[in-house]
Design a protein around this ligand. Structure first.
Ligand code: ADP
Length: 296
């Protein structure tokens, strides 16, 4: 499978550009779309699942323009939107059965088996008879994931999937997705949480203010941050000055001052030693300085 996004621009009513000339190529495997809130991720996802039209540019799936093959594309895609809601009063299993029917699974027997299989894999089998809207927040999220996966989609798109999940559920969810990542499937994971990407995605892109600022492997991004991450012991006075100049990513009290890590160029007025970067460091390195005081 191949998704080609070409010169994609989305201008909302009022003239706000949520996406600006985005070019992106996505192949089989797990693809992570990372960016802060407001970057344009949901807008891009909604265009990909044909719920919204781009203002300019095109999206081709295996060479076919999604605007011309909406029906076919919708059958191929499993989508978990950020604000997923249950719109019907159904039991959990009935809800999944309904989703399977929408996804084109016409055999009742096949659907029943698949529903049970999905309930098992998201850990909801014992809650199959509970009304979907009576499940806890985390369970609803898992049922949302199950409905996205049920009809064997070849493209899976999940928007901010780990929102509202506790740490254990997060890990379970990441594992569930990476199990799927082996076959002829594209999985697109949109998130503002760096940890969602690092453990699972072989390809990624960084989106900021509607523009793509990186596309490649997570490892390559980390590599590019080498020489830009530092550890230093600073006095309170140095700290006050430094925090105006560079993103400080960790602060631990030490002696009368602070042991800190920061990203960027080392100012001459302090001593610092280079630190081996990780994906979070690399993310900060690539983002605007206005993210400097983000709490990672
Ligand atoms: P993300 O998913 O990365 O948080 P979104 O795609 O939801 O980003 O939003 C990108 C930008 O577009 C934000 O500034 C948001 O306020 C704006 N936006 C989103 N939807 C609309 C809309 N329907 N009309 C106008 N602006 C919108």
């Amino acid at each position: 499978m191949q998704i080609e996004i070409k010169n994609l621009t989305k201008t909302y009513a009022g003239g706000f550009k949520a996406l600006d000339q985005v070019n992106l190529s996505i192949t089989n495997g797990m693809f992570g779309l990372l960016g802060p809130n407001g970057a344009g991720k949901s807008t891009l996802m909604r265009i990909l699942v044909t719920l919204m039209q781009a203002s300019e540019g095109e999206v081709l799936i295996d060479g076919r323009d999604i605007g011309k093959y909406r029906k076919e594309i919708r059958k191929m895609v499993g989508y978990l939107p950020q604000d997923f809601r249950f719109f019907a009063k159904l039991k959990s299993w009935e809800f999944l059965d309904y989703a399977a029917r929408l996804g084109g699974m016409s055999s009742r027997k096949e659907r029943r088996e698949r529903v049970d299989e999905m309930l098992e894999s998201v850990g909801l089998f014992e809650f199959r008879n509970r009304m979907a809207n009576k499940l806890s927040g985390g369970m609803k999220r898992r049922l949302g994931i199950a409905q996205a996966l049920i009809a064997h989609p070849s493209i899976i798109i999940v928007d901010e999937p780990t929102t509202g999940l506790d740490p254990e559920e997060r890990i379970r969810f990441r594992n569930l997705l990476s199990d799927l990542g082996r076959s002829e499937t594209i999985i697109i994971l949109s998130t503002h949480i760096v940890g969602d990407i690092s453990s699972t995605c072989n390809q990624m892109a960084l989106l900021n203010e509607g523009s793509l600022i990186y596309q490649g492997t997570p490892d390559k991004l980390v590599e590019l941050a080498k020489g830009h991450v530092w550890r230093s012991e600073v006095t309170p006075v140095q700290y006050e000055q430094l925090k105006e100049e560079v993103p400080i990513i960790s602060t631990i009290p030490s002696g009368g001052g602070w042991e800190i890590q920061f990203v960027g160029e080392k100012p001459s007025y302090i001593d610092a030693i280079p630190v081996e970067p990780n994906l979070e460091h690399a993310y900060v390195h690539y983002m605007d300085n206005k993210l400097a005081h983000w709490n990672l």
